[in-house]
Design a protein around this ligand. Sequence first.
Ligand SMILES: *[C@@H]1O[C@H](CO)[C@@H](O)[C@H](O)[C@H]1NC(C)=O
Ligand SMILES: *[C@@H]1O[C@H](CO)[C@@H](O)[C@H](O)[C@H]1NC(C)=O
Ligand SMILES: *[C@@H]1O[C@H](CO)[C@@H](O)[C@H](O)[C@H]1NC(C)=O
Ligand SMILES: *[C@@H]1O[C@H](CO)[C@@H](O)[C@H](O)[C@H]1NC(C)=O
Length: 446
Amino acid sequence: MVRGLLPLGAALLGATAVLADGPPKCTLDKKCPKEAPCCSQYGECGVGAYCLGGCDPRMSYSLDSCVPAPVCKDKVYKMDNLDRYKDISEYLGDSSKTDWVGQGEPLLYNGNVLLTMPPKSVGTVLSTTTYMWYGKVKARLKTSRGAGVVTAFILFSDVKDEIDYEFVGVDLQTAQTNYYFQGIPDYNNSGNITVSGNTYDEFHDYEIHWTPDEITWLVDGKVGRTKKRSETWNETLNQWDYPQTPSRVQLSIWPGGAETNAKGTIDWAGGPIDWDSDEIKNFGYYFATFSEVSVECYKTDTPPGTSKGKSYYYDDVRGTNDTVVDSNKRTTLKSLLGTGTDMDKGDTTSSGKPSSTSSVNAIPGGGSTPPNQVPGGSNPSSSDGSSSGSGSSGSSTCSSEGFQQHCGEDGSSSTDNKNDGARGVDRTLGASAFAVIVGFAGLLLL
Ligand SMILES: *[C@@H]1O[C@H](CO)[C@@H](O)[C@H](O)[C@H]1NC(C)=O
Ligand SMILES: *[C@@H]1O[C@H](CO)[C@@H](O)[C@H](O)[C@H]1NC(C)=O
Ligand SMILES: *[C@@H]1O[C@H](CO)[C@@H](O)[C@H](O)[C@H]1NC(C)=O
Ligand SMILES: *[C@@H]1O[C@H](CO)[C@@H](O)[C@H](O)[C@H]1NC(C)=O
């Protein structure tokens, strides 16, 4: 999915002058350079937050560039406070103190957390700091509404396995579901579940039960869809095209109908977004309401999925279930200059001020503003209207291997140009420079 989003505008103009070109891009075929070794969820290279949640080991300089991922924790997250939420620019990997990291504008309202999307913004995304490797996750939520407004509740792994719920704001009776193996789009994987009543006015429980053999989507406790691993064998590649790696829970609201998005995305999202709608007039933003999220980890005596160690890491670029290691490796950085292979970099506790003046990007997408693509959900195929391409995954790379994403300025050469808008925005974003500045500011606070 591409989440195509809007330029950040004037706030970044000053910063943009510092670094004209944005962070280096990364794909399976083009790994990150040594000095900016971590490939973010959005397919860009950097240090610090780039090496934490979402860091794709397959596209990073080396497998250990990414910081190990905190292991699954059974927990009920009451969404009646933001005490254990941190903006991505303030988080260094300690999941014992922080439950959610995010970008955008989460707000507390009436004992719930609202994910908001003010006019012309790119919305808000929250991710758990721990990773679930099979298990059950349930979210009690009310969706947003309005043409072009998308609400998402997904599981998303660092190698872009994905299991989702997505809601488009023009159809308040349908929960769209989908799954992806390593972000590879398959137009046949989506499925709709009809929701009784309406998704905007009432809370409903949306649930994903995920085992090594089966994915079940349940709405209000009732099974709406099941997908078996046994149905996903890929004979060409001799593998299961089935989500199988540790995943963060991500909640988001994003403007599928932003004018910078490709037509297929806008159509799927229900048309162009109206920044002058009643919703905006009445509240000042579009919003989705989250009341509670609960995670129940899968437990086995032998890996995978013991949920017993501290962290997961990958020991092979294949990124399949057998390449995930249950380990006790450390998950924290000392500063946003750190990486998986230099976790203490920028440590100011012994030496006082950091001496480094590196100009590497440290926060994907820049500061508290979400990257121009928000994870979660799927893209519609512009031709047949069915869902395709993984949101985050699709957005993340100009990969040669199947995202059908066009990376140049000219959409005409793409078979599926839904991502063009996002790329265009990307170019004007200048987020990298902003990231540097925020990175240093963050450093001084530590
Ligand atoms: C999708 O389904 C159609 C019809 O069953 C089939 O012909 C096509 O090969 C499928 N596509 C993929 C990528 O599996
Ligand atoms: C799901 O519902 C949407 C309308 O909300 C429709 O456009 C889409 O084709 C449906 N997908 C499937 C797989 O039935
Ligand atoms: C197997 O994987 C390849 C590469 O992702 C893909 O192009 C192909 O459609 C897959 N085959 C099936 C039957 O899904
Ligand atoms: C990986 O998944 C396959 C299919 O579920 C399973 O047979 C195998 O035991 C798994 N391997 C590991 C190491 O988890």
